[in-house]
Design a binder for this molecule. Structure first.
Ligand SMILES: Nc1ncnc2c1ncn2[C@@H]1O[C@H](COP(=O)(O)OP(=O)(O)OP(=O)(O)O)[C@@H](O)[C@H]1O
Ligand SMILES: [Mg+2]
Length: 341
């Protein structure tokens, strides 16, 4: 299974909301679970956003730093998880969509130094030994600094961007720095601005793997615990999240495959695919002679973005595959009937 990291950039809020939409829309076969870990050093938001303080902040990342010092990290990890699976009050929750809450005070980030590495190892172990996927919310600053080890050890890293000029300008340097650190990254685009995915891809030189609609009303359900509109699970945001989750899984699987057997794991320094599968690599990546060498620091290109022309948006409409929930075995804490998805 996969470990996927989501990072943000200046001018493009939406990492936590997108991560929650993905968590709740993630396609889960029986026995599989999905864990969203709020590893944003600037602080988590779900306890007081989506969950509206219905649970105390007794659970989460902060406890893991204490456990790491006592060598009890492994046991403590599972006790920190909160169940966000659907609950209809009649049948038992499948308990397959789990949250590791982040710190509530950014000042606590300083004490998390001993946590990041064991956490990265734990996520890798969970993905390898259990039928679980892990989604990491790194926030805007978590992909640099001590917590960057989480991005480095993830199967795939995606940057959440908005297709506005402000975001694209801010994302240029951030995306490039992240690529230098972790290898190829992908973009998860929130479609707020006037630029088409192809244009964003061309400007940032990174593929747009999936798009989420700009949907403030639906987003507030996830970010601020607003009342759910009717048929929220069928909203444009959740439908797109379903599509996006499948695309992210595929991308992570592609990067995990060993070179030569299937598509190469395209991390910095890996050899390019030798069996004709490179067609999936965007043209600007098809340069075997440059792979494996440190890349020169590029001068930022002057930002020239073309707003999309009418008509192209029709091509960008998203399809929505279905998702299945499934019964699970572990019993993390539940927020009770606070939210129903
Ligand atoms: N797809 C979307 N469409 C419209 N609004 C959105 C979308 N995603 C997020 N938002 C809104 O953007 C704001 C910030 O969202 P969120 O908390 O997810 O951002 P973030 O990047 O995690 O921010 P932070 O740096 O504080 O952690 C919220 O008001 C949320 O409702
Ligand atoms: Mg956030």
């Amino acid at each position: 299974m996969s470990v996927i990291a989501l990072a943000g950039c200046r001018g493009a809020p939406g990492v936590t909301t997108s991560a929650l939409a993905l968590l709740l829309a993630w396609p889960l076969e029986p026995g599989r679970k999905m864990i969203l870990a709020e590893c944003d050093p600037d602080g988590g938001a779900v306890l007081h956003g989506l969950l509206q303080g219905t649970l105390s902040d007794r659970y989460g990342l902060r406890n893991l730093s204490i456990a790491a010092r006592k060598n009890e990290f492994g046991d403590a990890f599972w006790r920190q998880l909160i169940d966000l699976s659907s609950e209809d009050g009649q049948q038992e929750s499948p308990r397959d969509r789990l949250l590791l809450p982040g710190i509530t005070d950014p000042a606590e980030a300083a004490g998390l130094g001993p946590v990041w590495k064991p956490l990265a190892v734990t996520f890798r172990g969970i993905a390898a030994d259990y039928d679980h996927d892990v989604l990491i919310d790194l926030g805007r600053s978590g992909a640099v600094g001590p917590s960057a080890v989480l991005a480095e050890r993830a199967d795939a890293v995606f940057v959440v961007v908005r297709n506005t000029l402000r975001c694209l300008q801010a994302a240029q340097a951030g995306v490039r720095a992240l690529e230098e650190r972790v290898g190829d990254v992908g973009l998860l685009m929130i479609d707020e601005g006037p630029y088409a995915a192809g244009e964003v891809q061309r400007v940032l030189q990174v593929p747009v793997l999936a798009t989420l609609p700009y949907a403030p009303k639906d987003a507030r359900v996830l970010s601020d615990g607003a009342d759910q509109p009717r048929h929220f699970t069928k909203s444009a945001l959740m439908k797109a999240a379903r599509t996006a989750s499948s695309l992210l899984v595929q991308r992570a699987a592609l990067r995990r495959s060993p070179p030569g057997t299937a598509h190469p794991g395209r991390r910095r320094g890996d050899a390019c695919c030798a069996v004709g599968l490179c067609t999936l690599i965007p043209p600007w990546r098809r340069r075997p002679e440059t792979r494996g060498r440190p890349r020169p620091v590029r001068q930022p290109a002057p930002l020239r973005v073309r707003p999309r022309v009418p008509g192209r948006s029709a091509q960008r409409r998203l399809r929505s595959p279905s998702t299945t929930g499934s019964p699970g075995t572990s019993r993390p804490r539940s927020p009770g009937s606070a939210r129903n998805f």
